[in-house]
Ligand binder design. Structure first.
Ligand SMILES: [Zn+2]
Length: 280
């Protein structure tokens, strides 16, 4: 007889989860990755009854997703990636999620680092999962020493050659670097990994003492009220957050949450964002 494996919330460890949505075909607008076209599509969204966190469960094989399939399916190749980069850089600032993000981070950092000695030293930012690198381009223009890390070689080649920032190609979890960063950013990254607490803890170890970490994740609570077709619940997100699960994840990783906000972005995404200070 097949025994059912017990499922635990990856954020609070609770085993009480309820079924929220079920899918027998991809929701409208979901990118058709190779793995989901070849296999029977079945997926469900569960919600933790303690911290409100959502998880997406399925048995489809996603091993190759971020080392190639993601760029293949989303941008085709490096040229396609560069074209998308130029298109987003030219968006009307009022319609750009990224312009608002950069403004928000620069405003917060200016206050956060205002007591530093010397006050105007060049600060270092590391962006995890840099993708198109639109964010780091603007941070570089604002005077930050900027470094990208992404598992896809084409994304890093683009970051170095077109954007002019430093770059590491590979899995952040195995990055070995003595470099310490004043700011580490996770712009829509932690929802893509199976153990977000572990990834955030790794970032804490790459931060300067008392450094700042910025996080954006999909807001499952607001999105769920709008129904199962919302992009926040698409297949490439094993984790979708609640206000409580985001703050709990930060504390478990060794971060003091300084500010958490929920927003609706110009692109219509429902997002939770947070700034946390590295403890110790
Ligand atoms: Zn939970």
């Amino acid at each position: 007889m097949k025994t059912r494996k017990k499922i635990y919330c990856p954020i609070c460890g609770n085993s009480g989860l309820r079924l929220v949505f079920e899918y027998t075909s991809p929701p409208k607008g979901e990118t058709r990755f190779k793995f989901s076209s070849d296999q029977v599509y079945y997926r469900k969204i569960l919600q933790c009854n303690m911290c409100g966190h959502f998880i997406s469960m399925h048995d489809m094989n996603i091993t190759a997703l971020y080392s190639g399939d993601y760029v293949n399916a989303t941008y085709r190749d490096e040229e396609g990636l560069y074209e998308s980069y130029k298109k987003i850089m030219n968006l009307d600032p009022e319609r750009s999620d990224n312009v608002r993000r950069v403004r928000r981070i620069l405003d917060f950092s200016n206050t956060f680092f205002s007591g530093d000695v010397p006050p105007h030293r060049i600060r270092k930012v590391l962006d995890i999962g840099s993708g198109l690198c639109v964010f780091l381009k603007r941070m570089k223009d604002a005077g930050w020493d900027s470094t990208a890390i992404d598992p896809d070689g084409r994304a890093i080649s683009h970051a170095i050659h077109h954007v002019g920032v430093k770059g590491f190609c590979g899995d952040f979890m195995v990055l070995q670097s003595e470099e310490k960063y004043d700011l580490i950013t996770f712009n829509k990254v932690l929802e893509h990994v199976s153990d977000p607490v572990k990834m955030l803890s790794k970032a804490v170890s790459n931060s300067s003492p008392g450094g700042l970490i910025y996080i954006e994740v999909p807001d499952g609570e607001v999105a769920a009220a709008q129904g199962k077709e919302r992009q926040e619940f698409f297949i490439d997100h094993p984790n979708i957050f609640s206000f409580s699960s985001l703050s709990l994840m930060m504390m478990r990783a060794g971060l003091l949450p300084l500010c958490i906000e929920r927003i609706k972005e110009p692109s219509s995404k429902y997002t939770l964002l947070a700034f946390g200070r590295v403890c110790g």
